[in-house]
Design a protein. Structure first.
Length: 452
């Protein structure tokens, strides 16, 4: 390696290991402080608590923790990635202290909202158009979130698709007709979602490809496998901690990221402050196995564990709203098909060893070294996303040919006298596919500091 080029790279972190199955890159963070001041026209409540994201616009629902009765509402933040613009709040409702919106979802320009004032409310489940005009409302207690049900593949859309919700004390998913708000299935006739964990429901989301339903209940994550328009066959509990039935803002989003299914949720068993984002926010597969996540250098202040998630499959982006810090962050979410581990201190006179694992077997492997993380599109047939920007100086080092397991390694000496330099690396393997297309398998990103 031409070590003389290293001083031009810049990144972050102490010598470390990063291996990822899911990689996130922060695209934008929107400051929502303006929505928490009751003197502002953008006011939606003391804190933002729920979010819906369509790849362009954010919809944020508010919560009242002011200590007295106050309004809560929903607001549209247009062009959130480029030029955030706050619209006029809609769904404005006088709300008791410690109540407010519990869930939002968006589909086809329509926004479904669940509202909870402590009892059944004429606006408990409602649908709005993108401008905030209410299209219909259902009298219910909307304390348990809301989601657009995609229905069952091959089923009857009129019987399986619509605005889905449940409520405390019910063991069923209710369903409203999206166009009219009419009952398709009620809390007495809807498909059974009851398990032995109880009925303190907090959120609901669906796998759009299968109709499988994912719920939060008492801090648990519950999955039901869909078998029909209004039926399920089996349940599992991918995350089953001690119950926290009386803690709100326990949320979930299902994400299909390439060939990986990921559940983003918050492990919220208490409401105390000082909770670390990366301790609370978890990512697992539907079987409950933790996924290794590369957050791409994202940082977040401590909070109260209250986060909500909304994934837009068309753009492959995820929005996370942070209640305590009054912000919404949007991430590009990609799949990595291999791991990259680094070992060594990075001190002058020692070796830094890079190990690629789980890539294509018997393929050419290389290591890209630079200092900038920037989304870069790879050729057709690629599995994974190259995140290192090639507009800045970079170095490519051969790792040779991977073994039968898709593993390869490279040891790089750190020269004597090298000053501290930040280094960002990503490995990839390339092989010729059966259709003469070059196929890439890309690892997660490792960030190290070398020199002294």
């Amino acid at each position: 390696m031409n070590i003389r080029l290293l001083p031009v790279v810049a990144a972050a972190a102490l010598a470390a290991t990063t291996s990822a199955q899911i990689a996130l890159r922060e695209l934008a963070t929107v400051n929502l402080d303006v929505t928490s001041n009751s003197a502002n026209p953008e006011y939606i409540g003391s804190n933002p608590i729920t979010v819906a994201w369509d790849g362009t616009d954010l919809y944020v629902g508010g919560f009242n923790a002011s200590g007295a009765t106050a309004n809560t509402a929903v607001i549209r933040v247009s062009n959130a990635l480029t030029a955030p613009s706050f619209g006029t709040p809609f769904g404005v409702l006088s709300t008791p202290n410690l109540r407010g919106y519990s869930g939002l979802d968006v589909s086809g320009g329509a926004v479904a909202a669940a509202y909870d004032d402590g009892a059944a409310d004429p606006n408990g489940i409602a649908l709005y158009d993108a401008s905030g005009t209410q299209l219909w409302a259902k009298n219910a207690r909307g304390g348990s979130g809301v989601g657009f049900d995609p229905g069952f593949p091959g089923g009857n859309p009129a019987q399986g698709q619509g605005v889905a919700w449940t409520t405390f004390g019910s063991g069923r998913r209710a369903l409203q007709d999206t166009a009219t708000g009419a009952d398709i299935w009620t809390t007495a006739t809807g498909m059974i979602i009851l398990t032995s964990e109880g009925t303190f429901w907090r959120d609901v989301d669906f796998d759009d490809a299968t109709g499988d339903v994912y719920l939060r209940e008492g801090n648990n994550v519950i999955r039901w496998v869909r078998s029909g328009d209004n039926s399920v066959t089996s349940s599992s509990i991918p995350f089953n901690p001690a119950d926290a039935d009386f803690v709100n803002a326990q949320n979930i989003a299902f994400c299909q990221v390439g060939g990986t299914q990921a559940l983003f949720f918050n492990d919220r068993s208490q409401t105390a402050g000082g909770q670390r984002f990366f301790d609370v926010v978890k990512v697992i597969d539907p079987a409950g196995n933790p996924l290794v996540v590369d957050w791409g250098g994202f940082t977040a202040a401590d909070g109260v564990g209250a986060y909500d998630f909304s994934y837009d499959a068309a753009s492959g982006t995820l929005a996370i709203v942070d209640y305590a810090n009054r912000s919404a962050s949007i991430f590009a979410v990609t799949e990595t098909c291999a791991t990259l581990a680094t070992t060594g201190s990075g001190l002058p006179g020692t070796n830094l060893v890079f190990a690629l694992g789980g890539a294509f077997p018997n393929a050419l492997a290389a290591l890209l070294l630079t200092g900038a993380r920037a989304q870069t599109t790879l050729p057709i047939g690629t599995l994974g996303t190259l995140e290192l920007g090639i507009a800045t100086p970079f170095i490519v080092e051969s790792m040779g040919v991977t073994d039968g397991n898709g593993d390869a390694s490279l040891s790089i000496p750190v020269p004597l006298g090298l000053p501290p330099v930040s280094l960002v690396t990503q490995a990839f393997a390339v092989q010729l596919g059966t259709t003469t297309v070059l196929e890439f398998c890309v690892s997660g990103v490792a960030e190290n500091t070398v020199g002294q």
